[in-house]
Write a protein that binds this ligand. Structure first.
Ligand SMILES: CC(C)(COP(=O)(O)OP(=O)(O)OC[C@H]1O[C@@H](n2cnc3c(N)ncnc32)[C@H](O)[C@@H]1O)[C@@H](O)C(=O)NCCC(=O)NCCS
Ligand SMILES: Nc1ncnc2c1ncn2[C@@H]1O[C@H](COP(=O)(O)OP(=O)(O)OP(=O)(O)O)[C@@H](O)[C@H]1O
Length: 264
């Protein structure tokens, strides 16, 4: 089973790209949806969050009520230390849910699964994907799209953009880049082009279910990522709060660039 990682920045167009991918009947695991699941009041993460942040992050500030997403977002997007704590509670739970779903797809004989993970390159999941797709648009477009979609103030929208690494750095690490700098139709065309480039070979898909080849192909994916390097070390970033090591960018000659026809 081929596992492809889809990432980008806030409001860069991942969900829109995801819809096109799903319209091709390709299974997709949406990390933002899982992030909602693991903070439901019945989940262990909810209790840990309330214990640390208090009921101030809950609707009506009442225990047992759902998370107040705007309030919680304002806290974690404006304070790196608080964000680290929240990530430390929520991310392991999301990772477990992703791995559980990947296993279920694998058991069903699925040939290709796309995992939409906004923080793919900041965490550990980049290690298990055979290809990394980055959806890019410039920060000023991100800003406009967040404000239009979520009705946020300029200050709130900027805090959300600045809570992430600059998107251009992720482009340097990508195997395939979808430039979302034009209209929605162009985005769809660019997405279809990339999906065509990564569609799995049926021969390898069948072979991968025979144990020696399962191990060999899994080893190949891990080795491929290892050779490309740890994105957290190689992305060109000033030391940011969520990062540990920084260095110069890398670019790969094998990267697919799907640019809209009339984008500049
Ligand atoms: C703070 C929350 C409640 C805000 O909810 P809201 O409905 O406004 O936004 P939504 O969940 O749709 O996220 C929108 C985008 O924000 C960005 N984002 C979300 N969390 C983070 C984070 N911890 N660090 C950086 N960017 C983030 C992502 O690009 C994401 O696609 C929510 O984002 C959340 O629970 N975040 C923590 C979990 C997480 O890290 N999710 C993203 C990775 S899977
Ligand atoms: N090419 C485009 N032209 C016009 N609007 C667009 C384009 N691409 C995306 N949008 C709009 O921008 C907003 C952000 O897109 P989308 O929700 O797909 O981004 P995202 O990366 O999934 O965001 P998030 O990280 O916040 O989940 C949406 O309202 C979407 O309809």
């Amino acid at each position: 089973m081929k596992v492809v990682g889809l990432t980008g920045g806030i409001a860069s167009g991942k969900s829109t790209v995801s819809k096109t991918i799903q319209s091709l009947n390709i299974p997709l695991i949406d990390c933002d949806l899982l992030a909602r699941l693991v903070v439901e009041p019945t989940h262990a993460c909810y209790r840990k969050l309330v214990k640390y942040f208090g009921t101030v992050i809950l609707q009506n500030q009442q225990d047992g009520q759902p998370l107040d997403r705007y309030k919680f977002g304002t806290i974690i997007f404006s304070d790196a230390a608080q964000r680290r704590v929240a990530n430390g509670i929520i991310h392991p739970a999301i990772r477990n849910e992703i791995l559980k779903r990947l296993f279920q797809y694998w058991a069903r004989g699925t040939s290709l699964v796309v995992v939409d993970v906004p923080l793919l390159l900041e965490g550990e999941l980049w290690r298990i994907v055979s290809d990394v797709i980055v959806v890019y648009c410039p920060p000023e477009t991100q800003l406009e799209r967040i404000k239009a979609r979520d009705g946020l103030s300029e200050e709130d929208a900027l805090a959300r953009i600045n809570a992430q690494r600059p998107l251009i750095e992720k482009v340097d690490y990508a195997d395939h880049v979808i430039y979302n700098t034009s209209d929605l139709e162009s985005l769809k065309t660019a997405t279809l082009k990339v999906m065509d480039a990564i569609k799995p070979n049926p021969f390898w898909t069948v072979l991968a279910y025979f144990p020696p080849f399962t191990v060999l192909l899994a080893g190949w994916v891990i080795a491929k990522r290892h050779l490309k390097g740890d994105p957290r070390k190689t992305l060109n970033s000033k030391k940011k709060d969520d990062d540990s090591v920084v260095a110069e960018p890398v670019s790969s000659p094998s990267t697919t660039h799907a640019t809209p026809a009339h984008a500049s």
